[in-house]
Ligand binder design. Structure first.
Ligand code: TYD
Ligand code: MG
Length: 448
């Protein structure tokens, strides 16, 4: 029976209702509504603060400390900010505990670090630790699930950096609902947050994601924290990507790339090498894509076959299917191939997810190369967005992309129009070919 002390919360999206429904009215998931008791004792902070004018507000220097991984630091915007709250999400088994334990080990060489493990025992963590070949002797570990005991221990140790692994396993015994439920996750996080802000402790909270990719108790947690990171990749391939989804202290476009090895995660400093093969075969081109501030090379593979279906098959790995449909339409209209008679499959190197539209030209040339069964021009990078009328449009961060292509030893670079200043700044032995539409690109890519 519901009463004025209970509320009904969807365990998938976190929306609240005053009565039970079989299906959540917000996210339409079935059987996700659970009755939870309201927490009637909300704490308010009563520090006497006055409103201020901007010129009365002083900004102190943000002094960050390093996580021990360059890739991790870059995604955070240059390191960990003292007193900030970071939420690290990812599927179970992706490597969240591993990256955080390695990082905690590194940080503890200089700072006081407390790792709170609510999922694994001390022995299990020690086994993992030995596997990671860490040298620090000063990392403090605390295995506990009870929120008040955790808070006491944090107050006692006074760390500079604390880790909660994971928020779903922590239990506030003042509440009736089970650990992992939305209201538990919400109150545990906000109590930990208050503590971290009060004591200026940087706090990293690990959270598991639900099947549709949302953090459990999702929106409720995301607005509480300063930084939201996602750790992604598939369990089969060894590459892992760290993406920032929200960052109050830096850009949200950055990604960090790691490789999961026998003895933990290793950062990949030269990502171009893992997403390209440098083979010159039909259906494969190389493009330079941008993720955050960093450009790197990725292969685009296409397979185009005569179809046996009424509706030709189109599938993509790494680029959006809508983008493919658009590129196929541009080729049909402006190059004059009847692609409706062909199936078309696109896959990026390593399945790397490309969000940069300047890969369009690479996709188009791969498709045509597979269709004609002719390899495109050797040692060539294709950069440019395809407009609907077949024109090649500007690419973001073009200068850095050309630099990256040159660094990789690529000799021919197809780009949209560039200023003569940029053009003159490159060495003469590199062919930077400016093109204005898809047909020029085809002529150049398949010239005899
Ligand atoms: P883990 O960090 O426990 O994942 P999460 O905390 O996100 O659930 O990572 C578990 C996986 O990583 C496990 O399948 C084994 C693999 N792994 C390695 O390949 N090498 C290693 O050195 C470690 C510690 C784990
Ligand atoms: Mg874990």
């Amino acid at each position: 029976m519901s009463n004025k002390f209970s509320t009904f919360i969807c365990q998938n999206c976190g929306s609240e209702t005053s009565q039970y429904f079989g299906r959540c009215v917000n996210c339409n998931e079935w059987n996700t509504i659970v009755e939870e008791r309201k927490n009637t004792r909300f704490k308010t902070t009563s520090v006497n603060k006055k409103s201020k004018l901007f010129n009365e507000i002083e900004i102190g220097n943000i002094s960050r400390f390093t996580s021990g991984f360059k890739e991790f630091d870059r995604v955070l915007g240059g390191g960990i900010v003292p007193g900030s709250i970071v939420l690290l999400g990812g599927e179970p088994g992706i490597g969240k505990s591993t990256i955080v334990l390695q990082s905690a080990g590194n940080i503890s060489l200089n700072e006081k670090v407390l790792y709170i493990t609510a999922e694994e025992s001390l022995e299990q963590l020690k086994i993992r630790w030995e596997r990671l070949n860490q040298s620090s002797l000063d990392l403090k570990i605390y295995a506990e699930t009870n929120l008040s005991l955790i808070i006491e221990e944090i107050k006692r140790i006074k760390p500079c950096f604390a880790i909660i692994d994971s928020i779903q396993a922590i239990n506030n015994d003042e509440m009736e609902s089970s650990p992992g439920s939305v209201s538990q996750v919400r109150t545990c996080s906000s109590e930990l947050q208050n503590l971290a802000k009060e004591k200026n402790i940087a706090l990293l909270i690990i959270g598991h994601v639900t099947k549709d990719g949302a953090l459990a108790g999702p929106k409720t947690l995301e607005h509480l924290v300063d930084v939201v990171l996602n750790f992604e990749g598939d369990n089969i391939a060894s590459h892992r990507l760290l993406r920032s989804v929200k960052n109050r202290f830096g850009s949200t476009f950055e990604i960090g790339i790691f490789e999961m090895l026998e003895n933990g995660l290793r950062e990949v400093n030269n990502p171009s090498s893992i997403f390209t093969n440098k083979e010159n075969i039909s259906g494969v081109t190389t493009t330079i894509t941008n993720e955050g501030s960093r450009p790197f090379a990725v292969d685009i593979q296409a397979l185009v076959n005569k179809t046996f279906y009424n509706n030709p098959r189109r599938t993509t790995t790494g680029i959006s299917i809508n983008r493919l449909h658009q590129i196929l339409a541009v080729i049909e209209k402006h190059v004059g191939f009847k692609l409706s008679e062909y199936d078309c499959y696109i896959a990026t190197g390593g399945g790397f997810e490309i969000n940069d539209t300047s890969s369009d030209l690479g996709v188009a040339i791969s498709i045509l190369s597979s269709l004609k069964n002719i390899p495109p021009l050797k040692n060539c990078a294709f950069i440019g967005e395809l407009g609907l009328s077949g024109q090649v449009r500007q690419a973001s961060n073009l200068r850095a992309k050309i630099d990256e292509a040159i660094r990789l030893g690529i000799k021919n670079i197809l780009v949209p129009k560039i200023t003569s200043e940029i053009k003159d700044s490159f060495q003469k032995n590199i062919q930077i070919k400016e093109i204005s539409n898809i047909n020029e690109a085809i002529d150049y890519a398949f010239k005899k």
